[in-house]
Design a binder for this molecule. Structure first.
Ligand SMILES: [Zn+2]
Ligand SMILES: [Zn+2]
Length: 342
């Protein structure tokens, strides 16, 4: 079978590998579609993990079932999560599934950008979801990224009437706008410097957009909120300037959520005096666990996620290098999918 291996930032090669053999507790999935994530084109992040088979937004069909597997059959259309928690450790019991050692160490074999994927027992039991017949495989690839945004909404504490500021309007930023509205936000402000992405954010439900290439984010947020500033700030880019401007835009009692990591050696200067007296919370949201993928699937099932408007590019597996390059270029691209023609 063919796989897409990444060796370095933007160095992706199509290679041949044997189809993985499954054990009695596992299944084999024939891949139908898999998204390219912005973390797949984050240079320092990829260099730390490479070499590996890319792809953690997969959807496909079960083609082989181990003798001891219950609850899944050949022909089932599924979303499979690349990491799955043990559901028993202290972190899992506290709802922190992505901090679980098992979650961190579990993985699909070899990864979503392969013609066939072996699903280990833990992934099958705890985070493999049947796709309803109304959902396409393309929509199935959105379960994982939507799950990450569900978790971010919950960790940021977005609630009815909130003023929410979303900084960075790539695919994940668009989903943050969409779900902030779905979670009841009263006013959603969306900031980026690409006109195409600003227009998309309006379609996703943003009340106002801010073009940070020609406006001061802080001043415009102050103007739209009559000086109140934002209750929840979702910082998309994993950069210090974006985080700093997010902190400048949060209001009293508000929360700033870092959606993307910085490289490990970054240091953010904070002003504890102001954070203290304004009772500001700084938090983060890393990936997602089983409760979030299930909620994501239900949003998709309800038709709340306009996949047609969010999936802007489709490539066959052999063009994965071009797909990765296109996502890395940014601009007029949101979600790029790899689609398999078996
Ligand atoms: Zn991702
Ligand atoms: Zn655990």
């Amino acid at each position: 079978m063919r796989v897409a291996m990444v060796y370095d930032f933007q160095d992706v090669r199509i290679e041949e590998r044997p189809i993985p053999a499954i054990s009695p507790q596992e299944v084999l999935v024939q891949m139908r579609a898999c998204g390219i994530c912005s973390s797949d084109v984050m240079d320092w992040y990829i260099r730390r993990k490479a070499p590996l088979v890319l792809g953690h937004e997969p959807a496909g069909v079960i083609v082989e079932v181990g003798a001891e597997v219950e609850g899944f059959r050949v022909g089932d259309r599924v979303f499979i999560h690349h990491h799955a928690p043990c559901m028993q450790c202290r972190d899992c019991r506290r709802g922190n599934h992505t901090l679980c050692e098992t979650w961190r160490n579990s993985q699909l074999d070899p990864g979503g950008l392969a013609e066939f994927v072996r699903v280990p027992a833990i992934n099958l039991q705890h985070d493999t979801l049947l796709l309803p017949p109304t959902l396409s495989f393309a929509e199935g690839t959105l379960v994982e990224p939507v799950g990450c945004v569900v978790k971010a909404m919950q960790r940021a504490g977005v609630q009815a009437g909130d003023i929410v500021l979303v900084i960075g309007l790539g695919f994940m930023g668009q989903l943050n706008v969409l779900l902030a509205k779905a979670y009841g936000a009263g006013l959603v402000l969306a900031a980026d410097l690409v006109p195409y992405r600003l227009e998309k954010a309006i379609q996703m439900g943003a009340d106002w957009t801010i073009d940070v290439s020609r406006e001061s984010l802080e001043e415009v947020v102050a103007a739209y909120t009559e000086g109140v500033m934002a209750d929840r700030v979702i910082v998309g880019p994993g950069t210090l300037p974006a985080m700093e401007s997010g902190i400048r835009c949060v209001g009293k009692g508000g929360t700033v959520l870092f959606f993307t990591p910085t490289p490990p050696d970054s240091r953010l200067e904070i002003d504890p005096y102001t954070l203290y007296f304004r009772e500001v919370t700084l938090t983060s949201s890393y990936s997602c666990g089983p409760p979030h993928t299930r909620e994501a699937l239900s949003w998709l099932e309800k038709g709340m996620i306009p996949a047609d408007q969010l999936i802007t590019h489709r490539f066959p597996l052999e063009e994965t290098p071009q797909a990765v390059q296109r996502v890395a270029e940014g601009g007029e691209v949101l979600k790029a999918l790899i689609v398999f023609d078996h």
